[in-house]
Design a protein around this ligand. Structure first.
Ligand SMILES: NC(=O)c1ccc[n+]([C@@H]2O[C@H](COP(=O)([O-])OP(=O)(O)OC[C@H]3O[C@@H](n4cnc5c(N)ncnc54)[C@H](OP(=O)(O)O)[C@@H]3O)[C@@H](O)[C@H]2O)c1
Length: 328
């Protein structure tokens, strides 16, 4: 099969379009013909050997896909050949065929095409888990999202709104903030500006945000924690800035703030029933028009490495979709 091939852990530029053997589904696995896949931040890390998982070489990156079930491994129930599905794959989705654990496969929601399906599972799955199960975001509360024009950030804006929260989006340029507003943000903040947390205070009558969704880390983490309200919840989602911040714990004590870690992949493995319920909820919100993945680019496999590079270089907005069946 055609695939984007990682032959050795190293720079993203070393990825090459090529071929890999057709995968064969093992116990509990589903074989999917990939119609569309999408780029996520972990793709940039996994090919460099900087992610918590190091697949056996050679492999194709690509953590989520939408497509058609082509075969079922032993023990798989609930799916049939020909079903249209979305899946969290870990890696392997930038290829014509990929494998996924059945517990990480869901039906393509009603009315959703493959491209939007491919841009849905990982970002919306992460953000619903983070905001609902971990952050316990309530209607009427204020949510502050950092890295808000990125994949998980835009999903957090839309889900925050669907849960009835008021959403403040923070990002690094006016172009990115405009996209956040189009995705439903009530207010926006350019966090490249000095003292940006004062604007959170101004927007919340001095109270701060009830929930902070931080997918960026780095220098923004401490001001974001300081911008968290009394008994607010600060969600540690990711470190796109590269630097893992160290935070003074007195900031937690002073306002009884909670610092909460989010690890969607592990939570899904430990509680597949909750994952299924979350995907069903997301599917219903999609049908109601409350969610709409912002696809900003569509590329063939031959250009997938460049797309991963753009995401890693902070040049991307929203979701970049890879189409294995498209010509270069
Ligand atoms: N905890 C979990 O379960 C989980 C699940 C999925 C993803 N994640 C993590 O969430 C983070 C975001 O993932 P994503 O797929 O949404 O990525 P993304 O689309 O690239 O968005 C990340 C955002 O981070 C900001 N950023 C700040 N400094 C950056 C830098 N030096 N390089 C790149 N981006 C930078 C960028 O916005 P500005 O330019 O506006 O600052 C960018 O839009 C990643 O760290 C990922 O590993 C965690």
């Amino acid at each position: 099969m055609k695939a984007l091939v990682c032959s050795a852990f190293g720079p993203i530029a070393d990825l090459r379009p090529g071929t890999l053997p057709d995968p064969v589904p093992g116990e509990g696995q589903v074989l999917i013909e990939v119609k569309a896949a999408s780029v996520n931040f972990p793709d940039a890390l996994i090919v460099q050997g900087r992610y918590q998982v190091r697949p056996e070489l050679p492999f194709a990156p690509g953590a989520e896909a939408a497509g058609v079930v082509r075969a079922l491994g032993p023990g798989v129930q609930g799916f049939s050949v020909g079903d249209t599905v979305v899946a969290s794959t870990g890696h392997g989705a930038f290829a014509e065929l990929c494998l996924a654990q059945a517990a990480k496969v869901s039906r393509l929601p009603q009315g959703m095409d493959f491209e939007h399906g491919a841009a849905f599972v990982l970002t919306y799955g992460t953000s619903l888990h983070a905001l609902q199960q971990v952050g316990r975001l309530q209607a009427g509360e204020t949510l502050l999202v950092l890295g808000a024009a990125g994949g998980v950030g835009l999903a957090a804006i839309e889900i925050g709104r669907a849960l009835g929260a008021r959403v403040i989006a923070a990002a690094s340029s006016e172009e990115k903030l405009a996209l956040c507003r189009r995705s439903g943000a009530d207010a926006t903040i350019d966090y490249t500006q000095p003292e940006w947390r004062r604007r959170v205070e101004a927007l919340t009558d001095g109270q701060g945000a009830d929930v902070v969704y931080d997918a960026v880390g780095g220098v923004h983490a401490e001001p974001a924690l300081r911008a968290t309200a009394w008994r607010g919840r600060y969600l540690v989602v990711g470190f796109a800035a590269g630097e893992i911040p160290r935070l003074p714990l007195n900031l937690a004590l002073l306002k009884e703030r909670q610092i909460l870690g989010v690890f969607w992949g592990e939570a899904m493995r430990r509680d597949p029933a909750q994952h299924e319920a979350n995907m069903a909820q997301l599917g219903r919100w999609f049908e109601q028009g409350l969610l709409r993945p912002a696809i900003t680019e569509r590329v063939p496999l031959d250009h997938a490495a460049a797309a991963i590079q753009r995401l890693a270089d902070r040049q991307a907005m929203g979701k970049l979709v890879v189409l294995p069946g498209a010509d270069a």
